[in-house]
Design a protein around this ligand. Structure first.
Ligand code: ZN
Length: 263
C-alpha cells in the first residue's frame, strides 16, 4: 500500500452534488432516506467514475498494489466505509443497544471509493473496525451535512478507523518489510490492515521479494569493483560491498525483530 493523492473536493462530474441540476442529488437523498435497503446505482458509483479512479491508482489495487486489468468489466470498487453490514463498536458490541448497519449514505462519496482487487475485496467484505465511537446513522436528508461526508473530516476521523486509508494515511508509518518480501505491522492499525486485507498472503510476499531482489542486485552491482579498477579502488569497493551486505542483513534482522539494534 502506498499513499495516493486524491482531491476530495474535486468530485467527478457524476458524483458532484454541487453541480446545477445534478442527478446525483436525488440519488444521494434516496440513499440517506432508504438506508441499507437502498439499491446502489452502480452507474453512478462505479461505471461513471471507474476510469478516473483506476487512472489515479495507475490501475493497481489501493490496498495490495496488485495490477488490475484495464478492460476487466469486473473491476471492483470498494466502499472504504461499507454500505451495509453489522458494525459493532470497539468492544464488538452493538452501540448502546443500537444496531449500526453500515454507511449507506456514503455510497456515492468520492473519498469513500477505492479501486481494489478481488482478493482484498473478499478479505475485507463488510468489516470496518474502529477504536473510537461510531458515527450515528444518517437517515434524514434535511439534517444531513454532506460537507462532512468526506473521509478526512473531523466527524469521520473521530471514529479512529483501524483500517488505513491510502488517501489519508501514510502507509510507510504503519508497515515495515524485509528483503524476503515479508510485511510486518507497526502498531495496531498496521496489524488490522494486514489482517483484514491479508497483505501477508504468499503471492504478495513473492511479488515483494522479486522487487527486493532486483534492488539488492542493483545495489551490489553499484558496489562491485569494475574490472579496470586500480588495486586500492578495488579494495575500497570490496569494503563497500561488504558494508552493503551487512546493512541488508541488519535491516532484515531489525524488521523481523524490532528490538534488534541497527548500527
Ligand atoms: Zn488488492
Amino acid at each position: 500500500m502506498i499513499h495516493v493523492s486524491k482531491d476530495f473536493n474535486k468530485y467527478p462530474i457524476a458524483l458532484d452534488f454541487n453541480a446545477v441540476n445534478a442527478p446525483i442529488v436525488a440519488i444521494i437523498e434516496a440513499a440517506i432516506e432508504e438506508g441499507t435497503s437502498h439499491v446502489a446505482n452502480r452507474g453512478y458509483y462505479r461505471d461513471k467514475i471507474k476510469e478516473q479512479l483506476f487512472e489515479l491508482y495507475n490501475f493497481k489495487c489501493a490496498y495490495c498494489e496488485a495490477e488490475l486489468r484495464k478492460c476487466d468489466s469486473a473491476l471492483h470498487i470498494d466502499h472504504y466505509r461499507p454500505r451495509r453490514g453489522k458494525m459493532p463498536d470497539k468492544s464488538g458490541q452493538d452501540i448502546a443497544g443500537i444496531h449500526h448497519h453500515g454507511y449507506p449514505w456514503l455510497t456515492y462519496e468520492w473519498s469513500n471509493l477505492l479501486p481494489v482487487c478481488a482478493s482484498c475485496n473478499a478479505g475485507k467484505s463488510s468489516s470496518f473496525p474502529i477504536e473510537g465511537n461510531r458515527v450515528a446513522q444518517c437517515n434524514d436528508k434535511d439534517k444531513a451535512n454532506w460537507g462532512e461526508f468526506q473521509a478526512n473530516s473531523r466527524t469521520y476521523q473521530d471514529e479512529k478507523p483501524l483500517l488505513l486509508h491510502p488517501e489519508i494515511d501514510d502507509p510507510n508509518l504503519h508497515f515495515r518489510y524485509n528483503i524476503s518480501g515479508k510485511i510486518y505491522p507497526q502498531g495496531e492499525r498496521g496489524k488490522e490492515t494486514i489482517k483484514t486485507y491479508k497483505l501477508d498472503r504468499p503471492g504478495l510476499d513473492a511479488a515483494r521479494k522479486t522487487i527486493a531482489d532486483l534492488l539488492v542486485a542493483r545495489i551490489k552491482k553499484m558496489a562491485a569493483p569494475p574490472p579496470e579498477a586500480m588495486p586500492c579502488e578495488g579494495a575500497l569497493l570490496h569494503l563497500l560491498a561488504g558494508a552493503v551486505d551487512g546493512f541488508l542483513n541488519k535491516m532484515s534482522e531489525s524488521v523481523q525483530n524490532p528490538r534488534a539494534q541497527t548500527s
